[in-house]
Structure formats: C-alpha cells, structure tokens
Design a protein around this ligand. Sequence first.
Ligand code: PGA
Length: 255
Amino acid sequence: MKKFLIAGNWKMNKLSHEAIQFADALLKSDLPNKNELLILAPFTDLFSLKSKLENSEISYGAQNVHFEKKGAFTGEISASMLKETGSNYCIVGHSERRQYFNETDDTVNLKLKALLSEDIIPILCVGEPLDVRNSNSEQTFVASQLIRDFEGISIEDVSKIVIAYEPIWAIGTGKTATPAQAQEMCAFIRGVIGGMYSNEVADNILILYGGSMNQNNAEDLLKNVDINGGLIGGASLETESFIKIAECANKIKTL
Ligand code: PGA
C-alpha cells in the first residue's frame, strides 16, 4: 500500500501557543493515518511541539539549518541543536530561502550532509521558476539542481532523503501545477535518482508535490503514482484544511 507524507510548512507563522493548539487538534482528530503527518515549524515552536508530540505518531521538524556544527555564526541553528528539539525532519533549499536568503546548491548540499550526520531527515526542495517552465527547460533545471544538491551523498544516505518538487510559480500563488504536470516531474525526478543511484533507491524515495495544494486539489494530485505526499504551505495553517488533505491521502489508500 502507498505510504504518504503530509507535511505542513508553516513558514514564518504561529506563536508557541498556536503551535500547541494545532498539535492538540491533530492529536484529538480521528485520522487513522496520524503517522503520515508532519509539521515543519519555526524554530521557536519546536520545544512546544516536543512537549505535545514527542511520544505521538505525529512528526515535526524545522524549516532550515546551518551546515556548520558550531561556532561564530550569529543567528544560526545547527543540526545538533535541532536534534535536541526532537525534530526528525528539516526542510532544505526551499525556494524562498534560495530566493531571499541566497541559498545555493552548494549550501544546500552542505546542509543535507549536516542533517544526515544527525539522523534528521532532510526534505530537499527543488523546482523551476516560471520563465524556465515557459521555455520548456524545467527538466534540465531540476536535474541540474538534483545533481548539485546530491554531490558526494552516498546511496545509503540518499535513501533517507525526501524530495519535494515545488514549482516556484505555484507556491503561494493559488496556481497549482496540474496533476499531469506534477506527476510528470515527480516521475522525471525518480528517473534522475535512478540514474544517479539505483532503481531500488528511486522506487523507494518519497517525492512530495508542493505549491498551492489544498483540500480541493489534493486528491487529484496525491493519487498519481509518483507523488508520495504534499508539502503544504497556506493550507497547513488551519487544522481543518490540513486534516482534510490527510483524509484525501487516506481515502486514496482505501480505493
Ligand atoms: P503553498 O506553499 O502551499 O502556500 O503554495 C508551499 C510551500 O512553499 O512549501
């Protein structure tokens, strides 16, 4: 049976007490697939989430990490610091970080390695801007991101990574990729991983779609064979819509 990962990316939203309320609502829900839920929260919410979710099926994690182990990097957070918060996951290379905080494939690569060394599962974001899509070069663009982001990462380690395909033109715009576009790129990504590593790794790696996923389009996106879940921004801020997306994943499994 297909296993999903339904990941909420809260971005710079939610104070600690709001994070706790949200976690409580998820815990109280009667979702049968709570083990497929993941919240990616601001750093300041992580210990609050730990207090609620540590011994539950629901996972939580961070949205960024610094690649150095420690030192004079004012304002940064290391992978071992994240480990202490109980985080099991961390986003790397989100397009907002690439765009506004000068994240490059080189720093993404170092961040992946830093997280893997602490046994934190990276969620690597890749995806093309609109002009690249309009010139039909999105596959070349994404393949080049993958090759550079995975430089020097072993076959054992790559199988621990989750990939999120997030076309930049679909993020926060309400303009979702069509299910066919999302499936096509997720299948392409799987093929690139197969070529770089092995078919077995490619078959097992989780590939999420992200970009204006919501309760109305989730089912059509998630039922595609190469889409193993969603990285959800706006629609993860309300428990109701987040739970509805998780229900879509559950429904697909029982079809
Ligand atoms: P969105 O964000 O669902 O609000 O488009 C997705 C993301 O940026 O991960």
